[in-house]
Design a protein around this ligand. Sequence first.
Ligand code: SR1
Ligand code: MG
Length: 420
Amino acid sequence: MSNNYKPLSPETLGQRLGGLDVMKQAVGGSADAWTVREVGDGNLNLVFIVEGDAGSVIVKQALPYVRLVGDSWPLPLKRAFFEYHALIRQEARDPGSVPQVLHFDESQALIVMERLQPHIILRQQTMEGRKVAGLGRTLGLFAARTAFRGSDLSMEAGDKKADAALFAGNAELCDITETLVFTDPYYAAELNRHTTPQLDGIVADLRRDEALKVEVQHMKRAFTSRGETMCHGDLHAGSIMVTDEQSRIIDPEFAFYGPFGFDIGMLIGNYLMAYHAMPAHISDADACRDFQDWILSVIEETWTVFREEFLHLWRTERTGILYPKALYEDQGHNFASEAAAEQLLGEIFRDLVGFAGIEMHRRILGLAHVAELDTIEDEDLKARCEAKCLKLGQLLVINRNRLTGMDAVLAAARRAETGA
Ligand code: SR1
Ligand code: MG
């Protein structure tokens, strides 16, 4: 930890950051007149909203431990450094998709950034039964552009290797994912929790499923060893801020070099959990079905847009060392180039299906749950929603190489929902 690191508080923030030009400009000249609220509701950090005469900003500061658990679980402050580096790369690769960074202080592990207003987190919006126009398009573009432009398909080879080396330092946050996502849910690990006794039987079945555990470890091997692109690393419905018309992506502190399909897979796992949770949030059956259909349409659009954008970038921005145009288009071998792109997209699809299923498992069996399911007060109803997620997740992981396309995933989700 840096020698002079000190966590901020609403009482000290004005005095400590009041001298920064960027704060004077964005918030207002006199720190005494600022209103400061700590609003962090995530698992790891302090998050402050700072308001003044001139406007407002977000100040995010890493804590030296996992906030969700307490100081018994230390966590390095350098995650703010990786978040900063990921944010500026995401902004370059998909302009306007992330909050603007106004200031970064490495020794204090803090980032001052644009306050997204009147945005709320996607989960909150979904639980209120409110749709977001263009959600699938924004997320599909973000996932495709950041995947393609952070990889050897696009970057200069030395730059990509330097970035892969840089983000390799984010080892402790990768360790969280390796443990909490890919390992703990599949045995009775200490930090796990699930809805008991209702889910005990299905949880025992899942942990007895040897084929499932093998497939999950194949996916974990992809996570640890296939450094294809800079992933956001934690793209769930709490890492997306929305209005009824706009979506922006936040919180890339888990950024790492990993598989092309990781972010979009985690995202789709989160959409699917929201889909199965909706009956607990919308009591009118027709309204609930309509909203669930909308979620499935978002999944379809996210993947369609991802595919189309990835193919577009393949044709127009393939300047990296992989599949060089010199070997294909320049030789008149356009058909082989298109076939290679389709094969790669097929591989990304099979990976994303696996990652989606695993994300659904860990959010019900592991330490960190999702509010769409966790806030359901009726424990029997909650367990019924969760059981659908667990079974669908199992089906996705096991069949990820057999499912023919996103239509097959959506059909499986519908069957899981109706019990057909
Ligand atoms: C101990 S951190 C638990 C979870 O919170 C983060 O948002 C990540 O999803 C992580 O797995
Ligand atoms: Mg986060």
